[in-house]
Design a protein around this ligand. Structure first.
Ligand code: FAD
Length: 510
């Protein structure tokens, strides 16, 4: 058996959730080791380079990099280990291209956005303001307190004594979903569909399934801290966190795939790597999804009852078909914004291939592409099962390599043709094209079925059903998008702060 090394905390995975946990703990003096199966850190917030372009693999609309308040968790995580990032403010969060000519920009300036939306729905002007103003109430509660572990009673007591009204406000919104609130203020069916899309484009479920806490964050922070793009690409966030981690005495090892979490007497005590190396620690944190953690890394264990129940409440969202394109600059009409959402038919909003997401980060940071060229990253939801077998979920046989390549070609050209309406000449202006499927997401991001994360199977009570960081297995914690409060870089940073706080208290580091 190879030599064993002992750490305070081992973190499986260097997604933003894992790295925020690691840096927070290292900054408090814990001996931390991060094990990452891939070559670079970041997971879904990583990057890759081709033909002079630097592409973000996933996230590119970044919240949490603002300067004020307490909800700017990425800024705070970086500064906790004495690093920082240059950021570029985005004046428009999203340019929507929706059915029935609803062509609308969500401006960073709140009143300008309300004016733009009200111009389409003048008869709903009061409802629009009341709805979005109520979202601010959620945000203002969150933004008045330090966001740490809700599993730590002394912290909860302190926060409650310091901010009793904000805490009561959050307790009120915690079990609520957006749809309920939207219908209280708004009647117009088209406007309610727009609110559905406002939720769907980050929660991947409509408003009646989207928790109010998350919506309060997104719908207000875009006008407060704003959406800010990291100079050098989204991958810089993880790179800088690693720089800070190492400077604070933490360690990270790449090409280190954990195959098993080791349990002794019911307690998580270490990990086994694919190369048979074993590491031991007082606490183990999994930044892999809950499905990967409990179905693959704990094979010897029966799945804990609360995890079985969680799987009955939440399912895996679809993955994505992603097109990473390098295009000639003239493809983009003057005044093009960085982020777009396109949908032709409301009935297809949640269908695979229905909604198209577009990011053009070179409009904010031109250095990510060769001079005279831009990056267009576009993606649309797709199920893993539809890319595994020849005939969707009913056919057991796998797609052959040539069938897979042909399917990729057809799917990519369909997306490009649809985008021609927004970017005329896109096809002719293509310089570089990389197509990623749910299989690519699964392989490179290490996420079961390439899923974007958990979504409710049915309408639930807001965020009440999302688990915190401790698990039923002593010594084992989860962090990242399958813990409270869910997907998105700032959300998983929240999860990282909470996880590190709980562990620091458990180990006596705080
Ligand atoms: C296409 C796309 C677009 C998105 N757009 C946005 C956006 O605009 N804004 C936004 O805020 N969010 C966006 N998101 C969501 C956001 O990227 C994720 O919610 C977030 O990055 C997830 O972080 P995480 O820490 O939970 O885990 P991940 O990013 O999944 O990281 C987990 C890490 O663990 C590693 N790992 C897994 N298993 C093992 C193992 N056994 N051993 C060792 N290492 C392991 C993986 O390699 C990975 O590096 C997008 C996601 C996608 C896919």
């Amino acid at each position: 058996m190879p030599l064993m090394q002992k750490f305070d905390v081992i973190i499986i995975g260097s997604g933003i959730g894992g790295l925020v946990t690691a840096t927070q703990l290292a900054a408090k003096g814990a001996k931390v080791l991060v094990l990452e199966r891939y070559l670079i850190p970041g997971g879904s917030a990583g990057y890759f380079e081709r033909q002079g372009y630097r592409f973000d693999v996933g996230a590119s609309m970044i919240f949490g990099l603002g300067h004020d308040g307490t909800t700017n968790l990425l800024t705070r995580a970086l500064s906790a280990v004495n690093v920082s990032l240059e950021t570029i403010p985005d004046p428009v969060q999203i340019h929507y291209h929706l059915p029935n000519g609803l062509n609308l920009k969500v401006y960073r300036a709140y009143e300008k956005f309300l004016d733009a939306l009200t111009a389409y729905f003048p008869h709903e002007s009061r409802g629009i303001r009341s709805f979005y103003d109520e979202c601010w109430k959620v945000f203002n509660c969150l933004n008045s307190m330090d966001l740490l572990s809700l599993e730590e009673p002394r912290y909860l007591m302190r926060v409650f004594l310091q901010h009793p009204l904000a805490c009561l406000g959050l307790a009120k919104y915690l079990p609520q979903n957006v749809g309920h609130l939207a219908r209280r203020y708004i009647q117009d069916p088209q406007l309610l569909k727009f609110i559905d899309m406002e939720c769907y484009c980050w929660s991947v479920v409509p408003a009646n399934m989207t928790p109010m806490i998350n919506a309060g964050m997104v719908f207000s922070d875009r006008h407060y801290g704003g959406v800010n793009y990291p100079k050098g690409g989204v991958g810089q966030i993880a790179q800088k966190l690693v720089e800070g981690l190492v400077a604070a005495g933490g360690k990270i090892q790449y090409r280190a795939r954990v195959t098993e979490i080791l349990i002794e007497d019911g307690i998580a005590v270490g990990v086994l790597l694919a190369d048979n190396q074993i590491y031991r620690a007082k606490r183990i944190v999994s930044n892999a999804t809950r499905w990967d953690t409990f179905e693959k890394l704990l094979v010897q264990q029966e799945m804990p009852l609360n995890e079985k129940k969680w799987q009955q409440r939440y399912e895996k969202s679809p993955s994505f078909l992603s097109l990473h394109m390098g295009v000639k600059a003239e493809v983009l009409p003057r005044g093009t914004e960085c982020h777009h959402i396109s949908l032709e038919d409301w009935e297809k909003m949640t269908a695979p291939g229905g909604t198209i997401f577009v990011s053009i980060p070179t409009l904010l940071d031109p250095d990510l592409a060769p001079p005279g060229y831009h990056i267009i990253h576009t993606f649309t939801p797709q199920w893993y099962a539809d890319w595994r077998s020849a005939n969707s979920r009913c056919a057991p046989q796998s797609l052959s390599p040539s069938e897979y390549e042909a399917k990729k070609k057809v799917a990519a050209s369909s997306i490009i043709n649809r985008l021609e309406k927004i970017f005329p000449g896109l096809n002719a202006g293509l310089d570089c094209l990389e197509v990623g499927t749910p299989r690519t997401h699964r392989r490179f991001l290490g996420r079961q079925d390439g899923t974007y994360g958990p979504i409710p199977r049915r309408k639930l009570h807001g965020l009440l059903g999302m688990p915190f960081n401790r698990t039923a297995i002593k010594g084992l914690y989860c962090v990242g998008d399958s813990t409270f409060p869910g997907q998105g870089l700032n959300a998983v940073a929240f999860s990282g702060f909470a996880c590190a706080h709980r562990i620091a208290v458990d180990l006596g580091f705080s």
